[in-house]
Design a binder for this molecule. Structure first.
Ligand code: ASP
Length: 343
């Protein structure tokens, strides 16, 4: 028996798990069951690490809701046995994946940390080791025998963010992610600096974990641009079985006031399609009714996405559609913070 925290490392794919074959110069997948032996630093951490790998690791561009469910089930099936979880995925869609996982668990009392890297773990200049080692340290961190982080986070380049607040911003810099509308939860320097005031703090009476794995992906993102035509919007709202639209608007949630545009949106809402207003800006919030160009959106019943990211809005839409809620409840839940995703 040891008192060391037990951490489950789940590898799904992505650059982090690759090594360079120096003879051919090509990147190839690494046998993840050997990670603890291959990276001596991991043996020095004050925790016990177990690993699970996807049978066939994938590039995160190939992720879909079935993989989200596989990741979430792996966490749910091992929830009691482990103190914390570190999930390795490709960075390209990590914000989408981790946002979805955040909605699928209610009353999470343990850390679920997503990380990856820009360079493969076997590369001389890799960012993978720091990201992996610190993510495991954060997942192991306890105070008064309780995990410090009790939510889904995303760690990259010295910062842990709330996962459902993040966006990938760079395909080049090691600092690949940002969270424009919420500060980092943890900063890693000489010490790990936990910003305890802003961490999610589930009620102290132990509430049971609720895992919901019903996700619906009959949705679309409609990004407005000056000059968008009626036939394009009409074609989108006519997609068979469409259930939700993430409408990426300008600035504080503004859109054209043209009659054809508003009529098409109203028609979609009357057909039972949920439409959420999300800003194209990387920071700030939708304020429906602030300008004339958003008053009508509010009048016809468009949902206010407030300061949610597009990635998180997609995940929340998939999750809430899976709950089969009446129209008004859907709107109320969407406009309410469920996992700290909006202010
Ligand atoms: N294309 C890779 C992926 O997202 C990039 C990465 O691993 O960061 O799977």
């Amino acid at each position: 028996m040891t008192n060391k925290p037990d951490i489950l490392l789940i590898y799904t794919g992505g650059t982090i798990g690759m090594v360079k074959d120096y003879k051919t110069n090509a990147l190839k997948a690494f046998d993840f069951s050997q990670i603890v032996e291959k990276i001596p630093e991991l043996q020095q951490l004050n925790c016990n690490i177990s690993t699970i790998s996807f049978k066939e690791p994938i590039d995160s561009s190939n992720m879909d809701i079935n993989y989200y469910i596989e990741i979430a089930e792996t966490i749910a099936n091992n929830y009691e046995k482990f103190d914390g979880f570190v999930i390795l995925t490709g960075s390209d869609t990590m914000s989408y994946i981790s946002s979805a996982i955040s909605f699928m668990f209610e009353n999470l009392q343990k850390p679920v940390i997503f990380t990856g890297s820009q360079l493969p773990i076997g590369d001389f200049r890799t960012d993978a080791k720091e990201n992996l080692v610190t993510s495991i340290e954060i997942a192991s961190a306890k105070e008064n025998n309780e995990p410090i982080v009790k939510e889904v986070g995303l760690y990259f380049e010295y910062k842990l963010y709330r996962a459902n607040r993040t966006t990938k911003i760079s395909a080049e810099q090691f600092e690949a992610f940002t969270s424009m509308n919420y500060p980092p939860l943890v900063k890693s320097g000489v010490h790990l600096n936990f910003n305890k005031m802003i961490l999610l703090n589930p009620t102290s009476e132990k509430q049971e974990l609720i895992f919901r794995k019903n996700l619906v992906n009959d949705i679309v993102v409609l990004k407005l641009f000056p000059g968008i035509t009626e036939k394009v919007v009409k074609a989108i709202i006519s997609i068979p079985n469409l259930k939700g639209i993430i409408l990426e608007t300008y600035g504080t949630g503004n859109a054209p006031t043209k009659n054809w545009f508003l009529h098409l949106l109203e028609e979609a809402i009357n057909k039972g399609i949920h439409i959420v207003n999300v800003t194209q800006c990387t920071g700030g919030s939708v304020l429906m009714g602030h300008y004339e160009t958003s008053i009508n959106l509010k009048r016809i019943g468009i949902i206010n996405g407030k300061d949610i990211t597009t990635e998180s809005a997609i995940a929340k839409m998939m999750y809430l559609l899976g709950q089969n809620l009446p129209k008004d409840d859907f709107k109320t839940y969407f406009e309410t913070s469920l996992r700290g995703e909006i202010n």
